[in-house]
Design a protein around this ligand. Sequence first.
Ligand code: 5AD
Ligand code: SF4
Length: 432
Amino acid sequence: MNFADSEILASILKDKYNTTDNYAEADLILVNTCSIRDHAEQRVFNRLKEFTALKKRRLGMKVGLVGCMAERLKEELLQSGLDIDLVVGPDAYRNLPHLLEEVESGQKGIDVLLSTDETYQDIEPVRLGSNHVSAFISIMRGCQNFCAYCVVPYTRGKERSRDARTIVNEAGNLFRQGYKEVTLLGQNVNSYHAGGGNFAALMARVASVDPSLRVRFSTSHPKDLSDELIETIASYPNICKAVHLPVQSGSSAMLAKMKRKYDRKWYLDRIAAIRARIPDCGISTDIIAGFCGETEEDHRQTLSLMREVGYDAAFMFKYSERPGTFASKNYPDDIPEEVKLRRLNEIIQLQQELSLESNRKDVGKNFEILVEGVSKKNDAQYFGRNSQNKVVVFDNPCLSDGKRQVAVGDYVTAKVESCTPATLLGRLADKA
Ligand code: 5AD
Ligand code: SF4
């Protein structure tokens, strides 16, 4: 989400600023921040120290803090002893040019008003991703699920959906510019609703832009992953067969405490519904270890659910108490740090095994992959992803004219020959 928001920021400022890859030569640095865990915030404070040191050497350079931390900490940031010129919340980006004028005249610029209708829907983002193959499209903002542990509803405000026509237009424009894949983004895309249309209907419209435009989405909440959406994913070949479905915990008692609005049985039923209709679907999740009051038995339930689902991938975190949330006000953060860490490590270890198991099943199979770039380790190897969102690395030999056999942005078929827990290693079969 923040990456997509940075593209909106770049667009709002494009008349005044170009972007640069080298922050040491920047006139303005905007740090787009995340408040989801304390660790994310600490990293931002470290970066800010670096930037404010640079500021002393580069007269006139401005530093702004934008996004969720700006929203959460507000004026506190300007009194923090760090040399920050601007503090701008996620719904106030249109006000940036004006705030920058205030900064030019020697004041601090601050705007942390949340909005009930801002979606930036008319703003064509400046694409900061370099591969020109895959792009994000933000389809909604905010969240009002109020999971007990989560700060997002406080920093990003009420849920609101962007008009479908503007989303389909953006996808069409990207396709005409040569993009081959779009990812529709929101905190909870399945509750997308605009002009009478739901998320399944929106997906169908975006998938109809062109059969060679891949469509992905992130992220969905298990409580409203509908059969209709599963059916839509199944029926369009260009909607990728990958669902990210954050479970958070495998224990129904923890899920109730987390205010997730589903239990273990409901979640497993949704997984069964996906597998029944889309047997080859990639399934990934988010897990929190050590939430308030979590017992060893609750933790074992998480491990057993992970085995039962057989996730292809997972993002795994230690619980981090966030000020202002329901959990912070009502439950003690009572799992000792070393217990959280041990449980997290067990979860990570298990996921490594599950990922390897899942990847081993793919050895010998052919996949259509969209080539996304050159491998970091070896420039004779390229990589792309299959529909299930797995990364496939393959040799891409030079031809006699000096060109590589396939180019970034091509659809190719690769046969998987071996794997690691993180990657499939394949061989080019032919050019699709
Ligand atoms: N502590 C740890 N992890 C969290 N997440 C959200 N809030 C917290 C928190 N307070 C995780 C959830 C969510 C992902 C984006 O971040 O797993 O799905
Ligand atoms: Fe946070 Fe829950 Fe909303 Fe996800 S659905 S952003 S975890 S409150």
